[in-house]
Every structure is written in structure tokens, then in C-alpha cells.
Design a protein around this ligand. Structure first.
Ligand SMILES: [Zn+2]
Length: 131
């Protein structure tokens, strides 16, 4: 049976490694191991998942970015602000589907995309006319 790992994030609240029992760590990586939440120091995390610590840090930083986007979205009242966050989120690699599932399709974004597609189509027709 294959074990599945999911990096949840980094926490400075847990300072003991669930893997080797080392204590006084600056923090640990929260990792979902087959559905169970474990806290591993960076070396054990790297060995367990089979990723180098640099890559794990990158994943954690990406998670943090997404969390910040989620937080900003939860506080954004104006649609214009939501659109700005949406654009940022797409630039940072947030998946469009995930975003829409979480927040619902922002009316303005979908309109904007419709306009864009429509403009694109209109433009294509214009070029055809010129030629
Ligand atoms: Zn350890």
C-alpha cells in the first residue's frame, strides 16, 4: 500500500518531532500522513516525504500565500476588491476552479471574462474583414 503525504504547513507551536522524538525544535512541518496529522522536524519531513527541505519550504510558502489570499477574500466586501484579489490569486498560481468553488463565481469576474472573450472574438472578426 502506498502512503500519501500532504504538506499542511509549518508551525512554531509544536516543537517536538513525531518521527524521531527530537525536542526544542524551532518549529515543525505539519504533514498529513495517510489522513493522520503528524509534526516532523525539517530533516525527518524531508526524509519521509522524499523532498529536499528547500522544496518543502517552497510548498509551505505557497500554502501561506494561498492562506493570505483566502483571508483577504474573506475580508473583501467590495466586488472591485474581490476582482483585484482574484487577479492576484491567478498570478500566484491559485487554481481558478478552486477559487470559484470556494467563493462562488464573482459576477464581475465572469462578466469581465465574457467581455474579454467577446472582445477577442470581435477582434478576430475584424482581422478577417481587413484581410
Ligand atoms: Zn525527527
Amino acid at each position: 500500500m502506498q502512503t500519501t503525504f500532504k504538506i499542511i504547513g509549518f508551525t512554531d507551536k509544536v516543537n517536538e518531532c513525531d518521527c524521531c522524538g527530537k525536542t526544542d525544535l524551532k518549529g515543525t512541518y505539519a504533514i498529513d500522513v495517510d489522513g493522520q496529522e503528524m509534526y516532523y522536524g525539517s530533516v525527518c519531513a524531508a526524509n519521509t516525504i522524499g523532498m529536499d527541505t528547500k522544496s518543502i519550504k517552497k510548498v509551505v510558502s505557497q500554502i501561506k500565500t494561498f492562506e493570505n489570499i483566502d483571508l483577504a477574500m474573506s475580508q473583501a466586501k467590495a466586488e472591485a476588491t474581490q476582482v483585484k484579489i482574484y487577479i492576484q490569486a491567478m498570478k500566484k498560481g491559485y487554481s481558478k476552479n478552486e477559487f470559484f468553488i470556494k467563493y462562488g463565481v464573482i459576477d464581475h469576474v465572469s462578466k469581465w471574462e465574457t467581455y474579454y472573450n467577446f472582445a477577442h472574438l470581435t477582434h478576430a472578426i475584424e482581422i478577417e474583414k481587413i484581410n
